[in-house]
Each structure stands twice: as structure tokens, then as C-alpha cells.
Design a protein around this ligand. Structure first.
Ligand code: IFM
Length: 463
């Protein structure tokens, strides 16, 4: 029998959430006046997406809204993170508002609230209106202003029911995969563009926060960014050079975003790296850093794994190399190392470096390919173990003072996983793409029990 000491209890009001994004689950890309997004366009590029997959249908959630609301009610979670599709609301990126798009999210938000589920909408989870891309996309400073316009429309439409907002999802990944490596929409490969885009995304965040605070909008509203944060491990912790390389790479991945948003400006070491590689950062205009530092009321932590870094020459124009994971460390089906202790350390580091800022785990999850067995059930015991170890890690950080308000598991349901298409399965709920049948996995049921009780059982298998 478990005792209280063996069974970590989360505080009353802790947010037990699930997470998704519009293009990854909604489908219905032509419905109700939705405009084209850069992902619609990118998916048509031959070879861009494994297996030629697209988000055209995905989990069909736009049409199965009520079914998925019922699914969340069945799970008994009390929070849900999802994204609003900019091209559904402003099909041309700015100007004309598409009321049918707003109506959909109105009903979705109401449906969540009726079921006791607190909505956490993300404004930008990568589906930029193609009309804006045609004018330079995030390379064009004006897109940050169009984002603020879109944000204001959303704050006005939903702010009576939504308190917390994520402005931007993973600005580093947008810059890296979308503009440096060309693996995500819009498929650009240009280092200078990538740095420009990352700056404009932060500027967009700052401008949107300005809108949120403006005029008579609700005074308790809060906004934050969901960052893709990777703790860094020096390949040889005993080597000063590897430790320095890990710190430098941390500047590239983590500090470049966190520091300016929290009022410290761009970190000098990384700024020097960037200037050495792409030239003067003249797209950073006077006043931008004040706008960016206008505030972030919480830090959204998207955590999946760590980066092991050495001082060997390697990846691109950087004085570091990302090394493969350690053989002895367990992996997900994508080969990502499973390192929950690093999540504890990350949360404590954020608490130390940005004191007083609430933290939310806005994404955490794993790819496991489990399919329904002969009994029709999905016995995904590895995902349960993953959840258990990461929730324990969160609890340990909280016990040491990290102000974590909630945990949103990625993902509610198997989703379109960008350039990898549909083979990677992240969901607590299995999706049969032929029939659109949803099957709650064992992990979903396990998570539901933990969310319902607020208590983590002593071992993954004993809920
Ligand atoms: O599916 C993605 C999500 O869109 C952004 N964060 C990482 C997830 C898993 O790769």
C-alpha cells in the first residue's frame, strides 16, 4: 500500500492538461473561409513530408469538436492547451475577420469551460497565413505588427473567458527548422533570415503583450511564450572546453530567447557569435528590446530531452558539436534520450535565473508506436513510465521551490508531426486515421487517474 511519503501529492489547483496545435489536429483546411497557411503550401512540396502526408485531415478535430471535448471530459483533465489558427480568423493575415473561424473557437472554449477545463490558447503554433509569407513572412518586420493585430482580435473575442495566453510556440524551432535548415514551412535555408525571424517572433510577442495590457482588457490576463528548452550536458563534464561549449550552445538554444523577454537583453556571448556569422544585427531596432521585455507572466516549458555538447568542431558555424546520446540511457521510439532528472534541473535553473516567474510545462511527451492489441486496447506501458518519471521530476522541482503551475502532456491525441507526417505517435489517445476512431490508451487512463487524485502512485504500474 502506498503511503503519503511515497506518493507525491500535487497542490490543489495544479493544472493537469493536455496539449495540441491547430494544424496538427484540426484538418478541415478549406472549411468556413479558412485562408491558406504556410503549412498547406509546404506540404505540397514534393519530398517535404514523409510519406507525402499533409494536415488536410489530421485528427479532423475541427469537425469532431464535440467528440474531442467529450474525450477530454472522459479523461477528467482540468486544462487544455490548443492553438488558434490565424488563417481561420484572419484569412489574409490582417484586415478582414472571418467570423466563422471565431465561432468555432468560441464553441470550443465554451465547451471546455462547460466541462471544467481551463483553456490555454496559443496564438501562433506555426501556421502563418500564406498571404503574409508572400510579403516576406517573419523576415518582414511588419508581420510582427500583423501578429499584434491578430492577437488583439483574439483577446477581444475570447478574453472574457480566457485568462492565460501563449503568444508564440517555440521561436527557436521556427528559426532553426523553418528558416535555417528548411525542414519546416516555409522551407528556407538562410542563417541570417533565421536570426531575423527569431527576433521578429520575440518582437511579435512583446507587441501582443502590449495589446493584452492595453485599454480595458481584463486586468488579470497573463501571457507567455512556450519555449523549446533543452538542458545542456557537456560531453566530458571534466573538460573546461566542453563545459564552455555547452554554455555557448545554451546561449543559442535557450538564453537567446529567455534573457531578452525577461529584461536582460540578448546575451552578449551569443550576440557576438551571431554577429560573427551573419553580420550586424541591424534588424534589432531602437526600442525593440524594451518592447520584448514588456513582460512574460509565465515561462512555458516544452521539454523533451537534453543536448550533449562537446567543444569539437562540428555543427555549422558554431564552436560546439552536438554529440549522440549515451548508450546506457533509455530512448523513445525516435531515439530521444529519456532524462527526467534534467527536467528537474531545468525547472530549478529557470527559477534561479528568472526568479518569481511562474512556470508551466506546456509540452512534454514521447513517441511510442503502440497500436491496439487483439483486445482493442493500447497497452502503452512505456508512455506510462515516461509520464511517471517526468511527473516525479516536476514534483521534485516543486518540492525544491520551483513555482510550477501545471503540466500539459503532448499530446492529447496522435497528431500530424510536421515533416515526419503521421508515423510518430505522441497521443494519450490513439487515432486510427482510416476511420478517425479514437481509443484512449492505457496511458490516457493512467494520466486521468493521476489528474483526478492529484497523487502520483509510487510506481508507474500501480495507479
Ligand atoms: O509536435 C511538436 C509540437 O508541435 C511542438 N513541440 C514539439 C512537438 C513534438 O515534436
Amino acid at each position: 500500500m502506498s503511503t503519503e511519503a511515497e506518493s507525491p501529492r500535487f497542490p490543489e489547483g495544479f493544472r493537469w492538461g493536455t496539449s495540441t496545435s491547430a494544424y496538427q489536429v484540426e484538418g478541415a483546411v478549406d472549411a468556413d473561409g479558412r485562408g491558406e497557411s504556410i503549412w498547406d503550401r509546404f506540404c505540397r512540396r514534393p519530398g517535404a513530408i514523409e510519406n507525402g502526408d499533409t494536415g488536410e485531415v489530421a485528427a479532423d478535430q475541427y469537425r469532431r469538436r464535440d467528440e474531442d471535448l467529450a474525450l477530454m471530459a472522459e479523461l477528467g483533465t482540468n486544462a487544455h492547451r490548443f492553438s488558434l489558427a490565424w488563417p481561420r480568423i484572419l484569412p489574409e493575415g490582417g484586415g478582414r475577420i472571418e467570423k466563422r473561424g471565431l465561432d468555432h473557437y468560441d464553441r470550443f472554449i465554451d465547451g471546455l469551460l462547460e466541462r471544467g477545463i481551463t483553456p490555454l490558447p496559443t496564438l501562433y503554433h506555426w501556421d502563418l497565413p500564406q498571404a503574409l509569407e508572400d510579403r516576406g513572412g517573419w523576415r518582414n518586420r511588419d508581420t510582427a505588427h500583423r501578429f499584434a493585430e491578430y492577437a488583439a482580435v483574439c483577446f477581444d473575442a475570447f478574453g472574457d473567458r480566457v485568462r492565460d495566453w501563449i503568444t508564440i510556440n517555440e521561436p527557436w524551432i521556427v528559426g532553426l527548422l523553418g528558416h535555417q535548415l528548411g525542414l519546416h514551412a516555409p522551407g528556407e535555408k538562410d542563417l541570417r533570415s533565421s536570426v531575423t525571424v527569431m527576433h521578429h517572433l520575440l518582437l511579435a510577442h512583446g507587441l501582443a503583450v502590449g495589446e493584452l495590457r492595453a485599454e480595458a482588457r481584463r486586468p488579470d490576463a497573463r501571457a507567455g511564450i512556450a519555449y523549446s528548452l533543452f538542458p545542456h550536458t557537456p560531453a566530458d563534464p571534466g573538460s573546461a572546453a566542453d563545459r564552455a561549449a555547452a554554455h555557448a550552445s545554451d546561449g543559442y538554444v535557450n538564453r537567446w530567447f529567455l534573457d531578452p523577454v525577461h529584461g536582460r537583453g540578448y546575451p552578449a556571448d551569443m550576440r557576438a557569435h551571431w554577429e560573427g556569422v551573419v553580420g550586424e544585427l541591424d534588424f534589432v531596432q531602437d526600442g525593440d528590446l524594451d518592447t520584448i521585455a514588456a513582460g512574460s507572466d509565465f515561462i512555458g516549458v516544452n521539454y523533451y530531452t537534453r543536448r550533449i555538447v562537446s567543444a569539437r568542431p562540428g555543427d555549422g558555424p558554431w564552436p560546439w558539436k552536438v554529440e549522440p546520446g549515451r548508450d546506457e540511457v533509455e530512448r523513445t521510439d525516435l531515439g530521444w534520450e529519456i532524462v527526467p532528472d534534467d527536467l528537474t534541473a531545468l525547472l530549478l535553473r529557470l527559477h534561479r535565473d528568472y526568479p518569481g516567474v511562474p512556470l508551466m510545462i506546456t509540452e512534454n511527451g514521447a513517441i511510442y508506436g503502440d497500436e491496439p492489441g487483439e483486445d482493442g486496447e493500447v497497452h502503452d506501458t512505456r508512455r506510462i513510465a515516461f509520464l511517471h518519471s517526468h511527473l516525479s521530476a516536476v514534483h521534485r522541482a516543486m518540492a525544491e521551490g520551483a513555482p510550477v503551475e501545471g503540466y500539459y502532456h503532448w499530446s492529447l491525441i496522435d497528431n500530424f508531426e510536421w515533416a515526419m507526417g503521421y508515423w510518430p505517435r505522441f497521443g494519450l489517445v490513439h487515432l486510427d486515421r482510416e476511420t478517425q476512431r479514437r481509443t484512449v490508451k492505457d496511458s490516457g487512463r493512467w494520466y486521468a487517474r493521476v489528474a483526478g487524485s492529484g497523487v502520483l502512485p509510487p510506481a508507474a504500474g500501480t495507479p
